[in-house]
Design a protein around this ligand. Structure first.
Ligand code: ADP
Ligand code: MG
Length: 587
């Protein structure tokens, strides 16, 4: 057997291997280029994208630029101006420091850099194709600053090109990266063009009010109107930003932005500390929205954990977890019952109501309207049902005896006692009704007397425009009024009593989430679940015995009614024999 020969890999291949970690899709290129522009001190950054960035990603800045001699070096592996020693690495304050991005991106695309350094008379341009030879610098016209252009991503690595998705999907990721950076660097102006069309124009901000406006531009007006401001200090740590009130919750994590030293991160520890803060005020299926900045001495956090740098490691992770969740809890506690945020939600069991708040706040009419929708839902059954009750006693879920704490129905059947979670049960029924109506193409719609208008973030608007037809199928009539406002004129009859703005927002974020991966049809269950959740009767609604019995009968008729759409049980049986045992009868 011959021994394997060990060889040094050619540098082009080394770069392509590194690109495997750094460059997943056009969005990763955009992230690296934006970070370089920020590190160069740019005041204004302009991004141009073509065909979801697959054809072209170009980023122009007015930062300090690069000298002629630096252009070629910047494209070499491990070449960086940002750190020189291990000590620099520990105290890194720039976004970049690994010196890998430019050569990696250049190895899998056609790449050019045009730059004029501050104090220089000319701009120079170099280009490189697929990581081959860097062309000698040529004079070029460019103001002080840098433009980097990447085109035809993965043209020389067809296997990787196959992993790219549709233009829409890639664009969605690009826009997300753009928003992440735009939120992190409010003092810089950002512009975004896609296929020649201006999508964002965010002016540089100079004060708090302007920063609020930037957040509104990115997350939507409604968020900023409903958010709470956070600003907390502990030792040399500071946490500040914007978090949603429980009333503005979402079905997806799509509006969560967390930054550590202005670097966007997706960190489990931090996400957990946020959700812990929201645990008591948000239903566990709901997601808060937030833009949060944690600033701490660079030496306290290791950012060199992942080539994409979106994971970090903290030296004092317990301390940070506590600081984040305590700070947020304190701010959120200002929204407890008794404050002006409570709306007209009925006051009964505070603890319970608190947990369900997101469904009850803000729309005082909701509860009353739900009573009406319950009536329409069950009225036809009423008399019929009553007679049935009198005649037979073999209903598996038995007969309602009472309602407990506005939340549970107590019923008696032959085996003993049944406890039903009213909301979960109704959600399940509602879900099946919508689903079967949709299957039979008989989802009836109800025009709204007063159309509801809704402010959307640019991203929500994109998703909305793309799915107008789909909304029609679901029984909504949605009309685009301006580039950030829609009007809802008609809703599915079953949902007439729901909180329409929140419902629409949730469906939009479901669509944004799912539309990315595959056809909407594949996710219909999730979307219907969201709808059902909004349509179902909430806790603390007083039901008459007839209404309760009607609900029990509906449950018996509904497929899989023993579980709500979130997989929680809808009812539990207590056998009389077991109840006997509790009291040690017959022993
Ligand atoms: P890193 O950002 O980790 O240093 P890069 O490969 O992204 O590595 O960039 C290499 C070097 O090129 C940077 O250290 C910087 O000196 C220079 N550079 C890159 N982009 C720009 C830019 N937009 N303006 C000025 N200099 C830049
Ligand atoms: Mg960089």
């Amino acid at each position: 057997m011959t021994l394997p020969v060990i060889r040094q890999l050619p540098s082009q291949l080394v770069n392509q291997i590194a690109a495997g970690e750094i460059v997943e899709r056009p969005a990763s290129v955009l992230k690296e280029l934006l970070e370089n522009s920020i590190d160069a001190g740019a005041q204004q950054i302009t991004v141009e994208l073509e065909h979801g960035g697959m054809r072209r990603v170009s980023v122009r800045d007015d930062g300090h630029g690069m000298m002629r001699e630096s252009l070629g070096i910047a494209l070499e592996r491990h070449a960086t101006s940002k750190i020189q020693s291990q000590n620099d690495l520990v105290n890194v304050t720039t976004m970049g420091f690994r010196g890998e991005a430019l050569p990696s991106m250049a190895s899998v695309s056609r790449f050019s850099i045009t730059s004029r350094a501050r104090g220089e008379e000319h701009a120079w341009q170099v280009s490189i194709d697929g990581g081959g030879e860097v062309s000698p610098p040529e004079p070029s016209a460019h103001p002080v600053g840098t433009t980097v252009e990447m085109s035809d991503l993965f043209f020389n690595t067809p296997a990787r090109r196959k992993f790219l998705r549709t233009e829409n999907t890639e664009y969605h990721h690009l826009e997300r990266r753009f928003r992440e950076q735009a939120l992190a660097h409010p003092e810089t102006g950002f512009r975004l063009f896609h296929n020649g069309r201006a999508v964002h124009n965010l002016a540089a901000t100079h004060n708090k009010a302007e920063q609020d406006r930037r957040v509104a531009d990115v997350l939507g007006k409604d968020f900023i109107e409903q958010c709470l401001h956070v600003d907390g200090l502990a030792g040399d740590m500071r946490l500040y930003g914007w978090i949603s009130r429980p009333a503005y919750s979402r079905s997806q994590r799509d509006q969560q932005y967390f930054y550590v030293n202005h670097r966007f991160v997706r960190d489990k520890l931090l996400m957990h500390s946020v959700s812990q803060a929201y645990r008591d005020v948000l239903h566990h299926q709901r997601q808060p929205a937030y833009v949060l900045f944690l600033d701490l001495p660079p030496a306290q956090v290791d950012v060199n954990v992942h080539p994409g740098k979106h994971e970090v490691r903290f030296r004092e992770d317990r301390q940070i977890h506590g600081f984040v969740s305590q700070s947020l809890k304190r701010v959120l506690s200002e929204t407890r019952p008794g404050s002006d945020l409570e709306g007209d939600a009925p006051q009964t069991d505070t603890a319970f109501q608190y947990a369900r708040q997101p469904y009850q706040q803000t729309v005082p009419l909701q509860v009353r309207e739900q009573i009406r929708s319950m009536d329409t839902l069950y009225r036809s059954d009423d008399t019929e049902e009553k007679e049935l009750l009198e005649r037979t006693d073999d209903h598996p879920l038995g007969y309602a005896i009472a309602q407990l704490h506005g939340v549970f129905i107590l019923a008696q059947n032959q085996q003993g006692m049944i406890v039903v979670d009213m909301h979960a049960a109704h959600e399940r029924i509602c879900y099946e009704q919508i689903k079967s109506a949709l299957d039979k193409d008989r989802l009836s719609a109800q025009p709204l007397l007063v159309p509801v208008s809704l402010n959307l973030s640019p991203e929500e608007m994109t998703v909305c425009e793309k799915n107008i037809q789909y909304f029609n199928r679901l029984g909504f009539e949605v009309e685009v009024i301006t580039d950030s406002v829609i009007a809802i004129r008609q809703v599915p009859e079953l949902l007439a009593g729901a909180d329409i703005p929140n419902l629409l927002r949730d469906i939009l974020s479901d669509l944004a989430e799912h539309g990315r991966s595959s056809r909407i049809e594949d996710h219909i269950d999730g979307i219907l679940g969201t709808m059902a959740c909004h349509g179902s009767v909430r806790a603390n609604r007083h039901l008459t015995l007839d209404e309760m019995n009607a609900l029990l009968r509906d449950m018996e008729r509904t497929e899989r009614s023993n579980q709500c759409n979130h997989g929680r049980p809808t009812w539990i049986q207590f056998d009389i024999a077991d109840i006997d045992k509790w009291f040690m009868r017959g022993q």
